[in-house]
Design a protein around this ligand. Structure first.
Ligand SMILES: [Fe+2]
Ligand SMILES: [Fe+2]
Length: 170
C-alpha cells in the first residue's frame, strides 16, 4: 500500500528529473555553441538519462495504481561562464537530487512502504554513480582547462558517450 503522500513525493520527483533533463540539455546547448561538441554530447546523453529516470517513476506510479500528476518545469539557466562552471553546477545539482531521493526513501521507510523503498534502491545506487562521475569530471576539467591540447582530448573523450536506453535498470 503506497499512500498519497508518497505518490505526491514521487510525482514531485518526476518534475525534478525533468528539470534536471532541461538543465543538462541547456548545458549541452551552451557547449555546442562554444564548439565543445564532446562535452555537449555528454550533457545531451545526461539529459536523456534524466528523462529515463522520470519514465521509471511514471511507470512505478501507474503500477501501484496511483495517478501521475505532472508539474511545471522551470526554465533552466542558459548562460554559463565556462565548461568548468558547468561541471561544478552539474555536480551540485546531482547532490540536490540525491537529497531529494533520500527524503522520499526516508518518508517511505517511516510508513513501512517496502514497495517504494525497494523501487528507490535503484535510484539510490544511481545517485552514487552520478555523483562519482560528476565529481571525477570536475577534477579532470580543472586539470586540463588551461591546456588546449589536453582540453581537446578531454572533449574527444566525452564525445564517445552514447545513450543506452535502460542503462543499469533492473
Ligand atoms: Fe536523475
Ligand atoms: Fe542525475
Amino acid at each position: 500500500m503506497v499512500t498519497e503522500k508518497i505518490i505526491n513525493l514521487i510525482n514531485e520527483q518526476i518534475t525534478k528529473e525533468q528539470y534536471a533533463a532541461q538543465l543538462y540539455l541547456s548545458m549541452s546547448a551552451w557547449c555546442y555553441a562554444q564548439d565543445l561538441e564532446g562535452i555537449g554530447n555528454y550533457f545531451r546523453v545526461q539529459s536523456k538519462e534524466e528523462l529515463m529516470h522520470s519514465d521509471k517513476m511514471f511507470d512505478y506510479i501507474n503500477n501501484i495504481g496511483g495517478k501521475v500528476v505532472l508539474g511545471a518545469v522551470d526554465a533552466p539557466p542558459h548562460d554559463f561562464n565556462s565548461a568548468e562552471e558547468i561541471f561544478e553546477k552539474a555536480l551540485e545539482h546531482e547532490k540536490l537530487v540525491t537529497k531529494s531521493i533520500f527524503n522520499i526513501v526516508k518518508a517511505a521507510t517511516e510508513e513501512s512502504d517496502f514497495a517504494t523503498t525497494t523501487f528507490l534502491q535503484w535510484f539510490v545506487n544511481e545517485q552514487v554513480e552520478e555523483e562519482a562521475s560528476a565529481s571525477l569530471l570536475v577534477t579532470k576539467i580543472k586539470r586540463v582547462k588551461d591546456n588546449p591540447s589536453a582540453m581537446y582530448l578531454f572533449d574527444q573523450e566525452l564525445a564517445q558517450r552514447v545513450f543506452t536506453p535502460d542503462n543499469g535498470a533492473a
